[in-house]
Design a protein around this ligand. Structure first.
Ligand SMILES: C[S@@+](CC[C@H](N)C(=O)[O-])C[C@H]1O[C@@H](n2cnc3c(N)ncnc32)[C@H](O)[C@@H]1O
Length: 311
């Protein structure tokens, strides 16, 4: 499938889609560091610009539009979330691209807080908007640990299908491959299994991302301040949260430090040779913002399957 990617970030989703065999024809992000990371590791198809300054006519055609539109306004961690939050406006640009370009399908990823926003009014609005643009839309809440990602990461995936392709949704949500207790399917992958092969932090000769935050770890019963259980999937890798506008890295299960950039990226299933550019906070943010590469690959494989229907 030929993919148009909006809000592409460092390219977690796009790399996964590509590894499954899809082709990214155009990508965009406003963040210079994320774009540099994308160019270094994913491809040159990305442009660095505020999407609001992009003329939709300049975007090439594609089979599928994907995008994780910014979620700050939707996040449960943001207590000031509001239906009319200016940052939620980004979704309207996503909508405009769909309305004008009319791809066969679209996939949009968001935080689960979107489901309860305005007591469900935001999701109803999104479904109605895309209905008007000519799409059947379904959405599904997923925990990426159920797909072998070593992390408890709950997200909502919206999938749209252009109405002329029929009532029946061709895209089938991939069936989960792992479960909490390991009965009937393999057990969730633990953080320890995922990162125990990562080098100890410090030596950046072979890996510029092999260092991490010195932000003190004091146990409190609050996101990113709880003890990490080595036998369970990692808590959600965050893109913000230290209270000073920075990113709060997850505590290492050894209780002595926080995860390095490399370890955080490994939990997000970025390959070991994927290098993030920018200062430390920027690297952590790009990682926390990403769709895990391996989850992107799972979505990408389903796109390849339905893409064959159009050959
Ligand atoms: C949730 S992240 C997407 C991550 C990406 N899907 C991945 O897997 O790596 C949202 C992205 O939207 C970008 N963004 C925010 N406002 C934007 C704007 N006005 N124009 C373009 N990109 C924007 C941010 O820089 C951020 O990288």
């Amino acid at each position: 499938m030929e993919i148009i990617s909006l809000f592409s970030g460092a390219g977690g989703l796009d790399l996964g889609l590509k590894l499954a065999g899809n082709r990214i024809v155009w990508a965009n992000d406003i963040d210079r560091d994320a774009v540099a990371t994308y160019r270094l590791n994913v491809g040159n198809e990305i442009t660095c610009a505020d999407i609001r300054d992009v003329a939709i006519g300049d975007i090439p055609d594609g089979d599928v539009v994907v995008g994780g539109f910014p979620c700050q306004g939707f996040s449960r961690a943001n207590l000031r979330r509001k239906v009319d939050d200016e940052r939620n406006a980004m979704y309207r640009f996503f909508y405009e691209v769909i309305r004008v370009k009319q791809p066969r399908f679209f996939i949009a990823e968001n935080v689960k807080g979107i489901l309860s926003l305005g007591h469900g009014a935001v999701v109803r609005q999104i479904m109605a908007d895309f209905g008007c643009a000519g799409y059947h839309v379904v959405h599904r809440k997923v925990n990426m640990a159920d797909y072998g990602i070593p992390q408890h990461r709950e997200r909502v995936i919206f999938v749209g299908q252009r109405v002329d392709l029929g009532e029946k949704m061709l895209f089938e949500f991939p069936v989960s491959t792992h479960c909490r207790d390991g009965i009937g399917k393999p057990k969730w992958v633990s953080i320890k299994e995922a990162i125990e092969g990562c080098p100890a932090p410090g030596d950046t000769t072979n890996d510029p991302n092999n260092y991490g935050s010195a932000y003190k770890f004091v146990t409190r019963n609050f996101t990113a301040h709880r003890v990490t259980d080595p036998e369970k999937p990692s808590p959600t890798i965050l893109a913000r949260g230290n209270g000073k506008g920075g990113v709060c890295a997850i505590p290492h299960y050894n209780g002595e430090r926080r995860l390095t950039i490399r370890e955080s990226a490994t939990v997000q299933t970025f390959p070991p040779d994927f290098v993030f550019t920018g200062k430390m906070g920027s690297c952590y943010r790009q990682i926390g913002n990403a769709v895990p590469v391996e989850f992107g690959r799972i979505l990408g494989e389903e796109l390849i399957r339905i893409g064959k229907l159009f050959l």
